[in-house]
Design a protein around this ligand. Sequence first.
Ligand SMILES: [Zn+2]
Length: 90
Amino acid sequence: MKKTYPNEVCPDCNREVVDYYDYYMVKDKIWDEHGCGHGQMHMECLSKRMGRPLSIDDFTDAVVNMKFKQGYLAALIWVDWWQTNHDYIN
Ligand SMILES: [Zn+2]
């Protein structure tokens, strides 16, 4: 597939932001406070700026987020649920 524009470079870690895998949309409030304007950055780097992991409520209802809502975020939430409900393991 031919690219029509170069990938953005994340301002925090200087690595490329890959079109598909790193593409997500967070709510304006989050992006205005912690994001990088018209650029793009990784979710990990954004959450470092925020000082906390992204939660499912930080994402918009945009279709591009469905992959995270169904996969990555679902896993995070599951891990979180597991840890709060199984803290005797620690
Ligand atoms: Zn980054």
